[in-house]
Design a protein around this ligand. Structure first.
Ligand SMILES: NC(=O)c1ccc[n+]([C@@H]2O[C@H](COP(=O)([O-])OP(=O)(O)OC[C@H]3O[C@@H](n4cnc5c(N)ncnc54)[C@H](O)[C@@H]3O)[C@@H](O)[C@H]2O)c1
Length: 252
């Protein structure tokens, strides 16, 4: 018995570090998974995952992928919005084009998939939307101005969807990861200094003393997607090894 037996899931950013981990975990728990992204990952997925091309900034592509899911499965039980980018810049350094592109992917992309998935989610007996926020949505990292703003928007959108659609049996939550070892984090480390120095500093300020792994977050997404979480909605679930539980400690 899998925890997602018989459920149909769509994952955006499904070729990324956390998206692909979540897709494989869902399939191993019995779900039929449509993992979507700009291009298929190099490492093959687990059995039960099919890849489809989807740029979340295109409302046409979003509607077309959902229409294909309707034709093949007739409903959607789980929507995971993991597509995202970050730009390592202050507000002054960020161009208007960079701002628009990041907000289009991280925030408008989440809006588009939620908006157009609603009719299919209504056909489920217990639908669950899981958005990828970030602890950056409520406290800031340096030089991530547009990213922090986008994740704050995702958090607010998550609560709004939960309020509007709870009476239809549609839940909506966000996971808010801390530092998780994926291509995105490697890019952040490279921009912030030498990779080893910054990684060591992250471990120092994280109570659990390590960087997160994609499976740490995928396990939380799995719980939110499953019927075990049927009373959980409108919440932000932080998973950061305790990073945001403390203020910066002085180095005396
Ligand atoms: N890694 C971290 O430390 C961290 C922390 C907090 C939140 N997050 C969030 O987690 C989510 C997953 O990130 P990740 O760490 O796995 O990074 P990742 O870079 O491995 O994955 C992100 C994926 O999104 C895809 N993507 C980018 N633009 C897209 C578009 N227009 N349409 C569809 N897909 C697009 C990328 O191709 C990539 O596969 C993101 O929303 C990210 O903001 C990551």
């Amino acid at each position: 018995m899998g925890r997602l037996d018989g459920k149909v899931a769509l994952i955006t950013g499904g070729a990324g570090g956390m998206g692909s981990e979540t897709a494989n975990l869902f399939a191993n728990e019995g779900a039929r998974v449509v993992a979507s992204g700009l291009a298929a990952p190099e490492i093959p997925y687990a059995q039960g995952v099919e890849f489809t091309q989807l740029d979340v900034t295109s409302s046409e592509q979003v509607r077309s992928v959902l229409s294909a899911i309707d034709t093949e499965h007739g409903r959607l039980d789980i929507l995971v919005n993991a597509a995202g980018i970050e730009i390592e810049k202050t507000v002054e350094e960020t161009s208007e084009e960079e701002w628009d592109r990041l907000i289009d992917i991280n925030l408008k992309g989440t809006f588009l998939t939620c908006k157009y998935a609603m009719p299919l989610l209504r056909k489920s007996q217990g639908a669950s939307i899981i958005n990828f926020g970030s602890y950056d949505g409520y406290i800031a990292d340096p030089k991530l101005a547009a990213y922090c703003a986008s994740k704050g928007g995702v958090h607010a959108l998550t609560r709004a969807i939960a309020c509007d659609h709870g009476h239809e049996g549609i839940r909506c939550n966000a996971v808010c990861p801390g530092y998780i070892d994926t291509p995105m984090m490697q890019s952040f480390l490279g921009a912030a200094g030498t990779t080893e120095t910054v990684a060591d500093e992250i471990k120092r300020v994280t109570p659990m003393g390590r960087v997160g792994k994609p499976i740490d977050v995928a396990n939380m997404v799995l719980w939110l997607a499953s019927d075990e979480a049927e009373f959980a909605t409108g919440q932000l679930f932080t998973i950061d090894g305790g990073l945001s539980a403390q203020i910066q400690q002085m180095r005396l």
